[in-house]
Design a protein around this ligand. Sequence first.
Ligand code: AMP
Ligand code: MG
Length: 321
Amino acid sequence: MTAERDQTELLDQTPAGISRASTILRSGGLVAIPTETVYGLAGDARNPAAVKAIFAAKGRPAHNPLIVHVAHMDTATALARLDDTARTLAHHFWPGALTLVAPLRDGHGLAPAVTAGLDTVALRLPAHPAARALLAEFGRPVAAPSANPSGQISPTTAAHVMAGLSGRIAAVLDGGACPVGVESTIIGTDDTGRAVVLRAGGISPEMMAGVLGYLPAPAQSATITAPGQMASHYAPRASVRLNAAKRTGHEVWIGFGPDCTGADFTLSENGDLAQAASQLFAILHKADALGRPIAVAPVPEHDLGLAINDRLRRAAAPRDT
Ligand code: AMP
Ligand code: MG
């Protein structure tokens, strides 16, 4: 391979940049794309070689299925059978930070590795204008996990993607910082058709309660239909201590709210959970670069705090390696 082919192109979100990204996807290559949640590593979901390359570039275990991104509701309903609950949620929250898990239809045409051999697929219609423009121009479903080496901190800027995957993917489409900042909420349905939360994310249970008439609960472990919700994930190189009301020793202290005077970084000075979510991964990247143990102040366990605490618990979990 020549040195030139090892270089990752940096594209901008102009029509020319989008068009170049679409050409790369069409040829089976991988492009990191901005979404409102985090950057995704996009490949043609119907091309087995492209899907294989996604797992390889990330070092992602093959049993952890990918989310399929579509430009239109019609594409989603052609791939999977969305029940009434899923349709209601799609109607209110798409385009947006919500992923729906639904049974695959016959003839879906997705590469089997996308769903890790499951008979369900995770679907999302993202809101970011550059992602939507690319999906529309490419015209096919795109598989896109977060654009980071597996198990590491998710990327919310093009620079984060470059730091993790430069030389291993064809291009990064730079769409600025991701406004939501945590991954999508993944919703499945239980036997009675009620929505259950498979992964907390950018759409909170409180937001969904408004349209469902009930607060969707976390799935019981027995009903989780997918592998891959690994305990250790989003992991900085440094150790992470949670619910830290103050710094100990030479820790880097990440604060939340007004009582964190002297913190090295603050997720949100006025305790705004949406602001904290949007800053979370960028601050973890910066804190990790300091090379010291990390301590994080308590974050309330409601609304977007559920997604923030989920990511922090996984960042703090014991590592395999
Ligand atoms: P990431 O792409 O890194 O945001 O992770 C995608 C998440 O979606 C993983 O935690 C998967 O377990 C989950 N997922 C993908 N497909 C399915 C599915 N068919 N059923 C349940 N969860 C899924
Ligand atoms: Mg991920």
